[in-house]
Design a binder for this molecule. Structure first.
Ligand code: ATP
Ligand code: MG
Length: 388
């Protein structure tokens, strides 16, 4: 029995004249992502995208898994595709749904006929298939008001499709339709979630990670790559730029007043990330900051950090509680990696009493004790590039 996946478009349908661009991008993304799973045909017709594995050995579970993480998809169903013959539809439905029917107590059938040349009307199809299923599974009752399962039969141009379950898609809008941005990624819980959230809004991601060897280890960098791999299951490919940050941090430690360590370090990160972002056609930066979470995330500290760069900075977690962030990190499977105890450059020289209300003028005066421009250039020249 041949299985295919039917995809219903999400918010895309609201986009008026842009709809075609959004649809084209979504199809391109689906094709690209499935490329890593197995050969499939992807066809857009009658406002539904059909994904058909081309060979029997293509793992449809994997295809479904991949589809469930592509933004721009509101809902999808795994369906049985058969010839447009009512008898074939009836017997195929009974065979295909046997497993699901062993777990439910009631059902109803809904039919949709978009191929009007099919000789039965929708109510006739529903009645015929419903009757056949009721006879085949006498222990499962027909219930048109509140059934456990709704069996859907769709008669389309290419084939008849049978299914009993519609799954929720990843939502959002297709990656690439919202421009490109660089996420400042640490090994923590927050920044991978922030990356996921902006990707969901159609942003293509680049990642910038600051490493301070020997204070931070190779394993810490590896952990960040693993986190990005999880995010890329949703966002598609990500280029990761690892910036050597040790010299700048040591300069801060040696020359600046301790209570400004963190804020100056954060300003340097933003300034360097902005340059890497601009070189890679990004129009914004993304961070995982959440208001009030730590000393460097007060309004005053964020204002001081923002002043170090000109690009817009997206902070999708700004109004979220830690619990809410953790729940998303569990959903996207980054939580268990994030909580592995590797050091981050942020925790290398942490002040005992950081300024929660830094005054920009004073921060700049401290920062200007360092001749940072050549160090920025050196750091950028020595960036390591990893494709995720
Ligand atoms: P996270 O869980 O993302 O590490 P956090 O709550 O620990 O966030 P901070 O450590 O203050 O907060 O970092 C705030 C933000 O700064 C992070 O969300 C991330 O965007 C960025 N950031 C922190 N450390 C790094 C790093 N080593 N490289 C790149 N960006 C970083
Ligand atoms: Mg952190």
């Amino acid at each position: 029995m041949k299985e295919v996946i039917l995809i219903k478009l999400g918010e895309i349908v609201l986009k008026g004249l842009n709809r075609k661009n959004f649809e084209d991008r979504l199809i391109k993304n689906i094709k690209h992502r499935l490329h890593f799973v197995g050969p499939c045909k992807v066809k857009n017709a009658q406002s539904t995208i059909t994904v058909t594995p081309l060979f029997d050995d293509v793992d449809i579970d994997e295809v479904e898994n991949c589809i469930s993480r592509i933004f721009g998809i509101a809902a999808f169903s795994r369906v049985c595709a058969v010839g447009k013959d009512l008898e074939v539809i009836k017997t195929s439905a009974a065979e295909y749904l046997a497993d699901h029917f062993s777990r439910i107590k009631s059902f109803k059938v809904e039919a949709k006929r978009s191929d009007k040349s099919f000789p039965y009307t929708s109510p006739e199809i529903a009645r015929e298939v419903g009757g056949f299923l009721a006879d085949t599974f006498p222990e499962v009752a027909v219930d048109v008001h509140d059934p456990d399962a709704v069996v859907t039969v769709e008669i389309r141009d290419a084939a008849a499709y049978i299914h009993s379950e519609v799954k929720r898609g990843a939502g959002g809008i297709p990656v690439g339709t919202g421009g490109k941005a660089a996420v400042l990624i640490s090994g923590g819980i927050d920044s991978p979630v922030a990356a996921y959230m902006m990707s969901k809004r159609g942003i293509e991601l680049t990642a910038v990670h600051f490493a301070s060897p020997p204070y931070t280890s190779e394993r810490a960098e590896e952990k960040v790559a693993q986190l990005l791999k999880k995010v890329s299951a949703y966002s598609g490919m990500i280029t990761m730029y690892t910036v050597p940050f040790t010299k700048l941090q040591e300069e801060i430690r040696d020359k600046c007043h301790e209570e400004y360590f963190t804020i100056i370090m954060r300003r340097f990160m933003m300034a360097i990330a902005e340059r890497i972002a601009a070189d890679n056609d990004c129009q914004a930066l993304i961070t995982g900051e959440s208001l009030g979470q730590v000393a460097s995330q007060t309004i005053g500290a964020i204002a001081c950090t923002d002043e170090a760069c000109n690009m817009p900075v997206f902070r999708p977690l700004i109004g979220m509680d830690k619990e809410e962030i953790i729940s998303i990190s569990r959903k996207i499977d980054t939580f268990d990696i994030s909580i592995q105890p590797y050091e981050d450059c942020c925790t290398v020289f942490t002040p005992k009493h950081p300024r929660t209300r830094p005054v920009l003028k004073n921060v700049k005066a401290e920062q200007n004790k360092i001749d940072f421009e050549p160090l920025f250039r050196e750091a950028i020249e020595n960036v390591k590039i990893t494709e995720i």
